[in-house]
Structure formats: C-alpha cells, structure tokens
Design a protein around this ligand. Structure first.
Ligand SMILES: [Zn+2]
Length: 306
C-alpha cells in the first residue's frame, strides 16, 4: 500500500505530489514541515503533534505523514468509490453526494475529492417559468393577487411598458423561472477537483462552447464585472436566491448591475489564463456566498448532460 503510493507519486508532477493521498502525505525532496502544513491548510505544530515528530526540522524523504483533519482525497490509479470510502471511513453515498458524482464508475485519477458534504448546500429549483394567459376583463392587480405576487413584480418579470395596457390572450410570466443553464448547448463533464497549476484544484465546471456564445444569468440578481489575470473577464452574480455565481474567461461582458434570469451577461471566450485554450465558461457556485460546491448536478439538470 505504502509502496503503491510512493511509486505512483514518484511518477507524478511536483504539483500532484504536493497534494498526495487524502489524509496522508509522502515527504518529497526539498519539503519542509511548515511548507507541507501550509499546502494542507494546517500548521507545522499540528503536523508534528499528529505524527509524533519531536524535531520539526527532521523529516525524511519518503516518510508518510498523517494530515490531521484532512477532508480531501486525491484519486489514485485503481481506486473505486468503494475502495476510497473504505480507506477514508466514509460511504459511497456521501462521496457521490459531496462530489456531484452521478456515475460511480466514472472516476478520474488526480481528482481531489471531498470526504464530507459541504457545510452550505445548494438545491436549486429548475424548470420553466409559470405562465398565465390573460383573460378578457383581467387586471394586473387581480392576476397579482391570484398568484400571490405584486403588480410591480409582474411588470418587471414581463417587461410591461404600461400596466394599464395588458391585452387579453397575452401570456404572462407569474414567477421567476427556475435555475437556467448559463450556456445553452455547452459541452461539459464533472471536472470538479481536477488539478490546476500552482497546487490549486478546479473549483467549478468548464462549459465548452464556441467563442461568442451568449452566457445568461442562471437566476436574477446583482451582477459585477471583474477583470483579472487568471479569470480574465469575469462576473460575480449575487443571486436573488442568496447564492453567489462566478463565471470567467469571457470574451466580452453583457449586462451588469441588476439582472433577471436569462439576461445575457457575457460571451464565452478564452480570456485570462485560458488564452489560446478551447473557449469555455469556467463556472462556480458558492452557496450562501461561501466555499464553492460542485455545480455538476445542477448544470446536468439545467443544461442536459452536456
Ligand atoms: Zn474551469
């Protein structure tokens, strides 16, 4: 077992070695305890304590360290969800749920899996907006009352210019639509947790589509446009549903400020560190604005399975 981890690690890039197997780490040349601690979000003192290390300056290449409180696992060749559950003391169901795994036979080596379900959960409502066909004699306030909403809400949802001029036979949206696919027709798969440069892990899914494909707001909310060297042209959407949505590598921005579900907020591209790569929208969901969760189950439901 130990031997497998080491021979595997020896053949991997420095990046992969830094991440090591979940719950443990095999010391590589040049490592220091404080640097290993930093990579794993812990302290040198905690590592020393957990491994009975008297002198923090004395660690050995090939030494296997227990990482206290580790809540991730790096998928190794030959792993199955069952074997990972056994090794890490959890269950297949928890692993599948925590990592958005819809097909337990589809595991990718090098993926960083979460061992516990995230603190903040995300369960969007999907589906089309409910509608009502205006009958002769209807008024907006009657319709609003019937659907337990407000006239101003109906006006906004339907972009009604004059509330006194609503024709019989018109189809009115009575509530916001369910969660919308940000890039209709995009190709994607469950690439959450894939290794990225600088020891980072992929904290979203990539939605691949031709450059210039419109990106729409999955929910209404407040949109901010951001530009950075990694994300390129990026948006932060503070959803009316209380969750934060982040998208990056846009070619161009669309609407900003207050947006409704379905508004075009940008266009797929390759800006930032995706320059020259296959154009895609890197997309993240941060429930309650906190740490991101795997958007795959949500995207699969709203967009189809890519
Ligand atoms: Zn990405």
């Amino acid at each position: 077992m130990k031997k497998d981890v080491r021979s595997f690690a020896a053949g991997m890039s420095a990046l992969m070695m830094l991440a090591a197997a979940g719950g443990s780490y095999v010391v590589a040349p040049g490592d220091t305890l404080s640097q290993i601690a930093e990579e794993h979000g812990t302290t040198a003192a905690a590592l020393a304590e957990a491994n009975g290390i008297a002198n923090p300056n004395q660690i050995y290449i090939g030494q296997e360290l227990v990482i206290p409180g580790s809540d991730t696992y790096l998928v190794q060749p030959g792993d199955t969800l069952e074997s990972i559950a056994g090794k890490t003391g959890t269950t297949v169901a928890v692993l599948a749920e925590a990592n958005g795994i819809t097909d337990p036979h589809l595991l990718y080596v090098g993926t960083q899996l979460r061992l516990t379900e995230p603190e903040h959960t995300f369960e969007p409502v999907t589906g089309p907006a409910p509608t009502y066909v205006v009958q002769p004699g209807d008024t907006l306030s009657e319709i609003a009352a019937r659907y337990e909403t407000t006239v101003s809400n109906l006006v906004e949802l339907n972009r009604i210019a004059d509330p006194d001029l609503v024709r019989a036979g018109a189809s009115l949206i009575t509530d916001a639509p369910g969660w919308l696919c940000p890039v209709e027709g995009a190709a994607f798969f469950n690439d959450w947790g894939f290794p990225r440069s600088g020891g980072r892990f992929h904290e979203g899914n990539d939605l691949f589509a031709p450059a210039g494909t419109p990106v729409v707001a999955p929910v209404g909310g407040l949109l901010s446009q951001v530009a950075g060297s990694i994300g390129g042209y990026q948006f932060d959407l503070e959803g009316d549903d209380g969750h934060l949505y982040v998208g990056s590598h846009l070619d161009a921005f669309g609407e900003d400020g207050s947006v409704q579900a379905g508004d075009v907020i940008g266009y797929v591209g390759d800006s930032g560190n995706a320059r020259g790569a296959r154009p895609h929208l890197h997309f993240e969901i941060h429930p309650d604005g906190e740490h991101p969760v795997n958007p795959y189950p949500t995207l699969a439901e709203a967009c189809g399975t890519g």
